[in-house]
Design a protein around this ligand. Sequence first.
Ligand SMILES: Cc1ncc(COP(=O)(O)O)c(C=O)c1O
Length: 393
Amino acid sequence: MIVTNSALAIEGGKPVSKEPILIHKPSLLDEDVQAVTDAVRSTFVSGDGPACRQFEENLKNYLGVRHALFMTSCTVALDLAFRVKDFPPGSEVIVPNFTYTSSALGPLLNQLKIVLADVRPDNGNIDVDKLESYITPRTVAICPVDYAGNPPEMERIMQIAQKHHLFVVEDTAQSIGSRYRGQYTGSLADVSTFSFHGTKNLTTGEGGALVTNDDRVAERIKILREKGTNKYSFLTDQQTRGYYEYVDIGNSYVQSNINGALGVTQLARLEAMNRRRKEIAMYYRGHLTGISGLDFISVEDDVDSNWHLFGILVPPEKKYWIMDALRSEGVMANVHYTPLHRNAYYQQLGSDEEFPGSMQFFNRLLRLPIYPAMTDLEKELVVEAVIKVFEHL
Ligand SMILES: Cc1ncc(COP(=O)(O)O)c(C=O)c1O
């Protein structure tokens, strides 16, 4: 272990890194720029263009699923994932308490009621041991989340869902390229929703995809995301010689061909980008293991993570001091998700005591920088800074 013994930057000492090491940077190369330029020059810049279709085809083949539908965000994919089922208003959907607001917005935008579920204190994923206790006669769906790219115990979740006849929407916003028991996330639930926001492992700027093996769900989503029209089949099958029809209500969630072009080049590099993330994660784990007071987010043996985030669990009473000390050293460590019930809109839905796992995880979690373009020097400086700060704890 490196022993630094020097004064902390937060107390006036010399920082480990003069240049800040950011928490995240998108990986955008010349080939991405070229693809966007080509799309713009093609003049096909509107929605559901040839590059979008190509991206959908490649994504579908990569994940091993029947349908991958590109759209403007994971949030709209979640909205449509619940809209497509026409559940009676007021039906209940179980959503983990430790997640981004969008997992709850999907049901809420469809007049469904969310029931917050506690999460595991060691990895922030829905606590499957408690799951059945949230099920009532009004429950229609579960929305597990792959926190940090790390899928929860999906086999048990799907078994519980089957037993109670529940629909499962897996919020895979963070987990593109992660595998659970050898299968890519996206192929595990009834419907899965990816995000391609600028912070994600694969980015199209903003963007998302709804993925499913259910043909009927996919056919209706194609209509719902295209303003309630049957333009998709009109374009694909040239079913009519006239104009496409307005067959349902819907919204405009198709994604521009410019973003589609980015999706194609990003997906082609996804495995390589995720491999680099894994190298960095393994380096952190190798060099930070054994530090008193520091644990890692637990990843089960049957998960091959995409390392979307690298989280450390630290003593709760020191969390913000550690974050500030790391930042002073030039390592832009960050906190993440405030549990939903701690936010103004969701505060009626429970108290800290009702979500002990979620509170324990949140109170201990800090994120360290991780992204494919990180240099070896940067990853070494991160480790050096963490060791230095923990020596002074
Ligand atoms: C778990 C989860 N769900 C949904 C989203 C929303 O994704 P988007 O910004 O693509 O709507 C995010 C964004 O970070 C997320 O982390």
